[in-house]
Write a protein that binds this ligand. Sequence first.
Ligand SMILES: [Zn+2]
Length: 375
Amino acid sequence: MTGSSWFDSQTILDGIRRWVEIETPTEAPEQVNKLVSVVAEQYGDLPVTLERIAGVDGCGDHLVARTNWGQDQPGILVLSHLDTVHPIGFIERLPFKVEGDVAFGPGIYDMKGGAYIAHHAFRALCATGDRSPLGITHLFTSDEEIGSPTSRALIEQEGRKAKYVLVTEPARDGGKIVTGRKGVGRFRVFIKGVPAHAGSRPEDGRSAVRELGNVILALEGMNDLARGVTVNVGVVRGGTRPNVTPEEAYAEVDLRVVSLKDADEFVGKILGLRSKTDGVTVTVTGELNRPPYEKSNAGASLYEHAKALAGEIGFELLDTHTGGGSDGNFTAPFTATLDGLGVDGKGAHTHYEQLFVSSLAPRARLLHRLYQTLR
Ligand SMILES: [Zn+2]
């Protein structure tokens, strides 16, 4: 292929299709590993050293591809995840298909499209015999969609070694990249009451579900959109039968915050929730899973550099903050990190997940130019 045909959108889309058609729910490690094998094979003719790290705790393997140059100094870390939220068989509901400028498929936007274009841009770089000024390490992980429990340490370790981190999460509305992300906390609330026959001995009972009502109102009352704090009680369970005073109730809670100061305050408030009812206990577990990040000085100049490159390619790169967490949260506190460098589209995690075909070539070119120019 000649220089420009590398960035032909049909060629890129064919490559993405192959990755999309191997379904990779986080919870199906054998499926994730099938894709890991395909990706590893596709690096077979490229000048990299591959390291495949066996999956643990029910997750799939992680794959690290390190250039055979530049590894003796801080380089570029590219972060991609190969897992998706979609269960096996979802591809029958959302098969790969192209309609005009839109290509559909499970995980095509979040983030197989982005993971693939970063790989493709690297292949394009190597094809001309060019060597980037900095070494490039591309890390493919298997568990981002459940909070990266088995990859976090690896991401932090590689992130600390790197000078720049490029995250191939999807672009935000209008192709924006992400220079700030909210921190994410996850909590579980366990409520224990006293069971009773709800009809004949109601006075003996202490309802855990009633207390759950208090807990929900307290948590939802912490929302402060102006401050960027969101608290969502997303899952609740409780009780056994209509005629039994419920002994147990349960909730799962998601917290998002903009600053570390807010993180401390709201994590404290949530963990400090207490029962308002005698005889009922409320126990909360959980923590801040991903720290928030704001555009640091190093991150700001990396952004300006990417913006200038995008201008040369012919598109305007804007930045935004998002409430969504990503693996970029793990590296941004100590290394210049740009996130949202993947494909443009919409419908992450839904039955209409899609990418915009017209975003493939310019965004693959941008990654290619970042490899060529970061130093
Ligand atoms: Zn993602």
